[in-house]
Every structure is written in C-alpha cells, then in structure tokens.
Design a protein around this ligand. Structure first.
Ligand code: FES
Length: 629
C-alpha cells in the first residue's frame, strides 16, 4: 500500500482547495493546520521547509500536497476509533464567497437564433390526401416561414418514432423546434413557443459562467457561475496540461470535472427561471484553447509543445447528448472556433463584444484572466497574441496573493508623508490576502510615495523604517498589520512579489509593442478595452501609472466586463455572427510573441516603471471611477 496524500483526500471530498501548482509542491498555497493525527503523517519535506516559516511548522502547519498518511499506519488506523485526524483549512484555502465576474457589456444583437419554434395546427390526413406525418409537418412549417427550404428539413432520428403518437394524442396541435432551418430537434404537445431558451457558457481557466437566454427576446433570464472544478488539479493551463500528461486518466478527470460544472450551472439557471432543462435547445461555448479541448475530450497535449498545435480550430455543431450536456437531448452545442494554441474562442468572444474589428482608430483590447490575450487592430487589420501574465495577478507566486474573494484587499492607498496604508476589502471582511487590483494599487501607490524606484527596488533610504522591513533575505512592505487580519499574521508585499507584478505588466506591455512592431504600423493606439475579471476591477489610472497599459486619456479606456461571455451570448442570439466569425478568422494574424527575436529586450525594458510627472496625476482618493464589486 502507498502513502496517501491528504490533498487527494480533499479532492475526493470535492473540497475546492487552492492549488496553483496542481499538487507539485511548488506554489506553497495549500497550507493546512494539522490539529490531530500528526504522528501518522510523513516527515516535513524540503518543499514545505521552503514555503513554511519555523513558526508555521511549530504551530503544525503543513502543505496538503506534501503531507501523506504513512502507508504503515493505514491498517492500524482502520482499527482505531475515528476521528483519526482533525485538519483545519484556513479560509484563504477555500473558495468561499468567490467573486466571479458575470457582467459584460453586450451591444444590441439582431435576433436571428439558430433555434425557431413553431406552433402548428396540422392538417389531418384523409383517404383523399394520405400524406405521411413528416411531410404534413413540413408543409405547415413552410406555410409559416417561406424562407425555409422544404427539401432541406430533416428530423432527428430519435424523434421520428415519437411523431405519430404526439400528433394523434394532441389532436394534431404540436410545437416543433427547428435548428438552423434544417433539422427538427423537438416535438412537444400544444403551444410551448414561449419557452425558447439557449445557454451561453464562458469556460474560464478559473471560473465558469452560464447565461440562460430567452431566444425570442434576447434577454438573459438568469445566470449562474462557479469555480472551475479543474482548479483542484492546477490553477493554470500549463499545470493542467502536465496533469494530463502524467496521469493516464488525467484528460478524463478534467473533462468530467468541467462537464459536471456545466450541468450544475444548467440545473441552477433552470431552477432560478423555473424552466425544464429540456427547454434549452442550444448552447454556445467559449473558452481558451485548452479549456475548449478538455471540454471536447480532445487531447490538448500538443498545445503545450512547440509549435503549439491544437487538434482543431474551426467551429463545430455537436449534439448535446454526444457531449453529455444536459439540455434538450436532441439539442445542439455550438463550439466557437479558436484562433491558435494559446488564443482561444474566448478571444473570439472579446472581438465580437468590443467590435474592435469595426473601429476606425487603432484599438487595443486586453483580456486579463488567468492567461492574458492581446488583440490589436481596427476595421482594416487585426492581430492577436497571448502572454503568460495573468496568474500573478490572480495571486499565484505572490506571498500573500489571492484571487478576488471575500476578504481580499482590493484597493490600497498609501500616505506619501508617513506611509500609512488605508485599504478596502471585498465584502468588507477582515483581510486575508491581496487580489490583483490591490496589487496594482499597491505598486502604483508605492511608486507615487517614492518607496519604490523606477527599477522596482525599494528605495534604500526607507528600508528598516516603519512598514518597510528587511526580513528572511527579502524586503517587505506591510500592508495590513497582524491585528487587522483574520489569518493571525500580517499581509505584506515583498521585493519578490514586486518582481512578479513587474513581469506580469511587462508581459502585457512588451506583448503589445511586439504586435505593433509586427504590424509595422505608424498608427498610435487611441482606445483600450479591458476585458475579463481583473480588467474590470483594476484601477485603470494605476494600470497606466505602472506602465501596464498605454498612457492614453481615461475616457478612451473602457472596462467591458466579461466580454468573452457576452460574445457567447451574441453567437447564441444571431447565427449569422457564426459566419462572420469564420470570415474574421481568415483576417486575424496570430503572433507568437515569446519567440520574437526582440522579445527579451522588449520584455526587459518593459520591466521598468515609466517616468511620470506625479504632479499631473490626481490622488487615488480623488479618482473615484473604481468599479464596485
Ligand atoms: S504546493 Fe501544494 S498545491 Fe502547490
């Protein structure tokens, strides 16, 4: 018998705990407190010594992924009376009150869904007109909508056997659901035309949102969101790819996790709107290329290996039953096409929502999630690329970093005179960590207070004074004192954390510069769209101040929310947009940023913070255009 990692036990219990590295022992985030049973566990590992302080270890803290129940005790434990262990999970480890961005700006979409419902009073057959059931149904549909071509209509084979009974049991008054003007996918008694729904999904690496949309009026009737259960296997796509590579059933496990999440969201929206899931006739799916592949159960391994090749790019219509998605069993799922290995269907959604391809001026759209995607263009040209920037902004590799959940410090202000800190937290809970918008504020404020130099180093003059301390071979700035937090220790930003944020902002800035160079255009960026959760809550003024986005006037920077999700809704409401996307794909240039010759130089240059005349900027207090959560 093998040692049993307690991390695996949490997975079995379906406890969504933090795991940035997927249990490899390299992120230090899965900290748990062993209150009972430590004698049955393995010795503290080197990975734990690296991430846990002596104080932590003495108090009984361990890393869940490194802590194993010793095989030799497993039989003995079975004979002892339970409970054998008591393990305390600190609140920052669990994703309670997780803040998921569901809001997005959807421009008015012309309604032309792939789903049409017809209430038909069908002519009964006679000896004089012995027309078969199916042909009589078709004749009625054509009589109602003459744009539909008679010879193109087919019927799902699962339905054909039911048709005679439904017709006769309901006095030939039935409602038919037609998909894409060519396939009858549902046949219901009486008039059910007012129940015509579709669902648009945005499968993010970290979060999943589903929007239940009425296909007759285009309104979102309800929505539901949840943490992507795959996070238990690693927070970013690279970790999940390596999980798939190293576990024989890895793809199957991740596919099942996402499928359960989607079906769970379907149940929730149906319950909220009091409809049956069988009344959802179509789903649209956007997600990055790895999420896209995992949902389709396609092996994504080659996306992670140069030259980063996906299995398929084009959009697909797949029967919901083939994918085990619990909507109408004869319904369809439209899989939105992807652009490249690291620029997926979510970017297609952002392009549609931002309408960047119709802009006269050169426009930049950045989707800031766990991965960062950059789109640059106007009505004449369009280019995209991706940069590995998002995970630091979601708290990965930041000592007190966390995602946007209750208790995360999300805005920070530093008094330049005495370096006093004021902050706010999500849901006004006692602080447990800092999320991305708080990190950007912290860096902006430290620069403005001159605690940091342009190179990102703490100014030597202030070290070992007040909140700036040299400890454990690192320099730290205390944001929240121990007594203010709910985790029994202070919350700080270290020199290493600052480097991580510098790398993230440099990735966006240098990525944008390299795409500009590739396009060889003299045009200047006149407009910026910030999409995704982080882009929505970020203080755009501080994002400019630290050199993450171009320095253009505030009124030309738009925070457009979950643009990928709104793009998925538009594709549900207007099937013509799917044709438009096909054409767009031919126009988009994909640029592999990291392999560009000048990448290293551009990236290193972008690590510096820009020169700004501090007098020209208002203080954060005066700047109150910060979106509220
Ligand atoms: S160190 Fe345990 S999940 Fe990363």
């Amino acid at each position: 018998m093998d040692d049993k990692p307690i991390y695996d036990l949490f997975l079995k219990l379906n406890l969504p705990i933090r795991s940035i590295c997927g249990g490899l022992g390299t992120c230090g985030k899965c900290k748990v407190l062993i209150q009972k049973g430590s004698e049955y566990l393995n010795q503290v590992t080197n990975a734990e010594k690296k991430f846990l302080s002596n104080e932590d270890l003495e108090s009984g803290y361990r890393l869940a992924c490194q802590t194993k129940i010793n095989a030799k005790y497993i039989d003995i434990l079975q004979e002892l009376k339970p409970p054998h262990f008591r393990i305390f999970l600190p609140s920052e480890l669990l994703f309670e009150d997780f803040n998921i961005l569901t809001f997005g700006i959807r421009k008015k979409t012309v309604l032309n869904p792939a789903i049409k419902k017809f209430f038909l009073d069908i002519k009964k057959p006679t000896l004089d007109e012995p027309i078969p059931d199916f042909e009589r149904v078709i004749a009625e549909i054509i009589a109602k909508d003459n744009t539909i071509k008679e010879d193109q209509i087919e019927i799902d084979f699962n339905l054909i056997n039911q048709l005679p009974n439904i017709l006769r049991e309901n006095n030939h008054k039935i409602t038919l659901t037609l998909w894409n003007d060519n396939e009858i996918i549902e046949c219901e008694p009486n008039d059910t035309t007012e129940n015509n729904y579709g669902i648009a999904f945005d499968i993010g690496t970290t979060t999943i949102v589903g929007y239940l949309v009425n296909l007759d009026n285009g309104k979102v009737y309800s929505l539901a969101s949840k943490l992507n259960s795959q996070t238990a296997y690693g927070e970013d796509v690279i970790t999940r790819l390596s999980f798939i590579k190293n576990d024989q059933k890895g793809l199957q496990k991740l596919n099942l996790a996402v499928l359960n999440d989607l079906n769970n969201i379907i149940s929730k929206v149906c319950e909220k709107s009091k409809i049956k899931s069988s009344q959802i006739y179509e789903a649209t799916i956007v997600g990055n290329s790895v999420m896209h592949h995992i949902f389709l159960n396609l092996d994504p391994i080659n996306i992670g290996l140069s030259p980063y090749i996906p299995v398929i790019q084009k959009g697909m219509n797949i029967k919901a039953r083939t994918l085990n998605l619990k909507i109408s069993k004869n319904g369809y799922v439209y899989i939105v096409p992807i652009i490249a290995g690291f620029v997926g269907a979510d970017t297609v959604g952002v392009i549609l929502s931002s309408n960047i391809n119709s802009q006269k001026d050169l426009t930049l759209a950045i989707d800031i999630g766990t991965n960062g995607e950059i789109i640059l263009g106007n009505r004449k040209f369009l280019a995209t690329g991706s940069c590995a920037a998002g995970s630091a902004l979601e708290g990965a590799h930041i000592s007190d970093g966390m995602r946007a959940a209750a208790g995360a410090i999300d805005t920070i202000k530093i008094d330049p005179q005495n370096f006093d800190v004021s902050y706010s937290t999500i849901k006004n809970k006692k602080p447990i960590g800092i999320c991305g918008s708080g990190l950007i504020d912290a860096i902006g404020e430290m620069l403005r207070s001159k605690i940091l130099t342009r190179s990102g180093n703490f100014d030597k003059e202030f070290i070992d004074q007040g909140r700036i301390l040299r400890r454990n071979n690192n320099i730290e700035f205390i944001i929240a004192k121990r007594e203010e937090t709910s985790i029994g220790k202070e919350i700080k930003i270290s020199q290493n954390d600052i480097r991580q944020i510098q790398m993230a902002k440099a990735a966006f800035y240098s990525g944008t510069r390299l795409i500009l160079k590739h396009l060889d255009t003299k045009l200047e960026i006149k407009r910026v769209f910030l999409a995704g959760a982080f882009g929505n809550y970020i203080n755009k003024y501080n994002a400019k101040f630290i050199g993450m986005i171009p320095d253009i006037s505030d009124e030309n920077i738009f925070q457009i929310g979950n643009a990928a999700g709104t793009g998925a809704q538009s594709l549900l409401l207007n099937k013509d947009l799917r044709e438009k996307v096909k054409k767009l794909l031919k126009k988009i240039q994909y640029i592999e940023i990291a392999t560009k010759e000048e990448f290293q130089k551009e990236f290193t240059d972008a690590m510096y913070f820009p020169h700004f005349n501090l007098e020209l900027f208002p203080t954060l207090k005066e700047y109150n255009n910060i979106p509220k959560r």
